[in-house]
Design a protein around this ligand. Structure first.
Ligand code: TRP
Length: 347
């Protein structure tokens, strides 16, 4: 059987360039390479509600935003099925059966959940829905028998937990489910993009993101406020590359022809870095260069997004049709699961 690709995002905010280099680009590449039988990209609203249950408006609003981001970066409804998680109730049913295959201790050990519990300050009052979302995520993946899951590296513990559930299920009930595999970007520098303030993570709550939908002005303002080397005060001062966000981003976004186009007095990034380290190269110049590169990359995405946003009904239509299509897959898997579990009484 050919590849089945599946991935998704929580609709808790617009998508940013961390999502873009960490996963979205990879998905579009896989979609366009076409080495798959089926590809699904979905908006995980039920998962988003596990820690936003008191803010349903936010989740609802961001379904639209994430869908626009998907389409704007080049995910194509003719090549991949886009859907909304809660439109497929069978996923919830699968989740309930998988709950039996996971211990509370194992969920506590999930590093991503652990970090989120700390970050959200849940302490002892963790909502059960939130605590068990890795099980629901396993249902998302296995419901489609997906074998390839393009995600950011923060999702690796989720994939690992899904694999364990699959093995346990197949062991007890017989070979039914497919073990998924995470697909990370080929370039490790893209795994996790730092925030514009130098924080290890780009995140909405930290206010250090560049969004795919940001205007040209917003992007420029953000790039010019980027954290560089606080000891590089005068242009003549030697500057540090390590931890300097402008160089971190240049490492990720610089293309072969970027110098020729925007900074022809340098041959390549090594030469630029060497000059900065030696002294005599100002922050303004490197920021201007980075700004040109990022603007070039984001302009077509933003323009497509603005175009798409004019007809939101068409976007909802894609999600509605996709949800109907996608549901058929999970219905089929659920039937197999119930047969394997011997709860197919009237068959
Ligand atoms: N956990 C992912 C996120 O934080 C969203 C998600 C839910 C997902 N189910 C998934 C990703 C299944 C890949 C596969 O955005």
């Amino acid at each position: 059987m050919g590849n089945i690709i599946l991935t998704g995002d929580r609709p808790t905010g617009r998508l940013h360039i961390g999502h873009y280099v960490g996963s979205l680009k990879n998905r579009v590449r896989m979609q366009n390479e076409g080495d798959y039988d089926k590809m699904f990209v979905f908006i995980a609203d039920a998962q988003a509600l596990t820690d936003n249950f008191d803010n349903p408006e936010k989740v609802r609003e961001n379904i639209k935003e994430v869908a626009l981001d998907y389409l704007a970066v080049g995910l194509d409804p003719n090549k991949c099925t886009m859907f909304i998680q809660s439109m497929i109730p069978e996923l919830t049913e699968l989740t309930f059966y998988y709950m039996n295959l996971v211990t509370v201790a194992r969920l506590h050990r999930n590093p991503t959940v652990k970090a989120e519990i700390e970050q959200k300050g849940f302490e002892e009052s963790i909502p059960a829905g939130f605590f068990t979302y890795p099980v629901s995520q396993a249902a998302d993946i296995t419901g489609f028998k997906a074998n390839l899951v393009p995600v950011g590296d923060d999702q690796l513990p989720m994939i690992e937990q899904a694999r364990e559930i699959v093995r346990k299920f197949n062991n007890i009930y017989g070979e039914t489910l497919v073990e998924p595999e995470a697909v990370l970007p080929s370039d490790e520098k893209c795994y996790r993009l730092v925030g514009i303030d130098g924080n290890a993570k780009m995140s909405k709550s930290l206010g250090n993101c560049i969004y795919l939908s940001d205007s040209e002005e917003e992007i420029k303002k953000k790039i010019f406020s980027m954290y560089t080397d606080p000891n590089h005060i005068k242009i003549e001062d030697p500057g540090k590359i390590e931890g300097n966000v402008v160089f971190t981003y240049l490492d990720v976004f610089c293309k072969e022809d970027s110098f020729e186009k925007f900074l022809p007095e340098y041959k390549n990034l090594d030469e630029l870095k060497a000059h900065y380290q030696k002294g005599g190269l100002g922050d303004m110049k490197i920021k201007k260069f980075l700004n040109s590169i990022i603007q070039e990359e984001l302009r077509p995405i933003r323009e497509r997004r603005e175009e798409l946003a004019k007809d939101i009904d068409a976007v909802y239509d894609i999600l509605r049709k996709g949800s109907i299509e996608a549901r058929k897959e999970v219905v089929r898997t659920l039937n197999e699961v119930k047969r394997a579990m011997k709860i197919n009484y009237f068959e």
